[in-house]
Design a protein around this ligand. Structure first.
Ligand SMILES: NC(=O)c1ccc[n+]([C@@H]2O[C@H](COP(=O)([O-])OP(=O)(O)OC[C@H]3O[C@@H](n4cnc5c(N)ncnc54)[C@H](O)[C@@H]3O)[C@@H](O)[C@H]2O)c1
Length: 269
């Protein structure tokens, strides 16, 4: 897709990967709507002509508010980038509220946005749905069952959309990075303690840092821009992730054993 003059919505745009994506799409000539549950103005310099929407995408009403506002500003949506995410650590004993929020933001938000956009896109015979999942959605996130499971759901949903609607003009891409240098890996200090919903220090974040290169958000955005222009489904800013996926498929027991060793080495578990 040529992004010039296209109407693009990016969620989780206040900072990190979402802010970098917004900047890259804006520079490519798109009309950009930046959405986040936090206000955007204090987090970055405004992009000329971009529309900023405060929207919590963890509810269907939040997605509706966002898409209605975007349509009022720029008309039909061409590309929706479901990028907002939360990276709680956790296991089966973790509170239901944490699991629920992980599912709501990392997966249901994608489903609600697709539900709101697909009727118009199918009628037009055109529309582009992108999501930010994670390498954890293809492999696993040591230290976080909610993150692993919900990111797998995001990948599965993106694949399903592409299979089901690809022949009717709907394009889909799914971004699956490993480490990226954002607040999710380096939680902000907030009045009640470190930012919630981050993979954090001393747990999952350390595993991500040990697993390979930590890229800058702008580097990820450049890879995404090229992939969208080429309309490629799987976006791997860390190309070695494709090798890990091959190892996993070739010999799952060996892959699991290697992951246990990594967990032992980093977390002592
Ligand atoms: N940083 C990494 O290492 C990494 C690796 C793989 C995938 N990801 C994914 O990339 C995406 C972007 O994360 P990031 O690394 O830029 O982290 P980040 O914490 O810097 O940004 C995430 C943004 O999402 C917003 N957000 C969270 N819940 C929301 C909600 N309910 N409604 C609206 N906005 C909400 C936050 O306010 C924040 O601005 C996430 O989906 C994350 O899971 C990150």
């Amino acid at each position: 897709m040529d992004l010039r003059d296209r109407h693009v919505i990016v969620t989780g745009a206040a900072r990190g990967i979402g802010a970098a994506l917004s900047k890259a799409f804006h520079a490519a000539g798109a009309r950009v709507v930046m959405a986040d549950r936090d206000g955007l103005a204090r987090a970055h310099d405004p992009l000329a002509g971009a529309v900023e929407v405060v929207a919590d995408v963890s509810t269907e009403a939040g997605n509706m508010h966002l898409i209605d506002t975007a349509r009022r500003a720029f008309g039909p949506v061409d590309l929706f980038f479901a990028n907002a995410g939360v990276g709680y650590g956790g296991d089966p004993m973790t509170a239901d509220e944490v699991w629920d929020d992980a599912f709501a933001v990392n997966f249901h938000a994608h489903r609600w946005a697709a539900r709101l956009l697909l009727p118009e896109w199918l009628e037009r015979g055109e529309g582009y749905f992108c999501s930010t999942a994670s390498a954890a959605g293809l492999l696993a996130q040591i230290g976080s069952a909610p993150y692993s499971v919900t990111k797998h759901a995001a990948v599965a949903f993106a694949e399903w959309l592409s299979i089901t609607y690809g022949a009717r003009g709907i394009k889909v891409s799914c971004l699956c990075p490993q480490g990226v240098n954002t607040d999710m890996l380096n939680p902000r200090d907030e009045p009640d303690g470190p930012q919630a919903g981050a993979l954090g220090r001393g747990d999952g974040g350390d595993v991500v840092r040990a697993a390979g290169a930590v890229l800058e958000p702008d580097e990820v955005a450049a890879v995404v821009l090229e992939a969208i222009e080429a309309e490629r489904f799987l976006i791997l800013p860390h190309p070695e992730v494709a090798d890990y996926v091959r190892h996993k498929a070739n010999d799952p027991d060996r892959w699991l054993s290697g992951m246990r060793k990594l967990q032992q080495r980093i977390l002592g578990l």
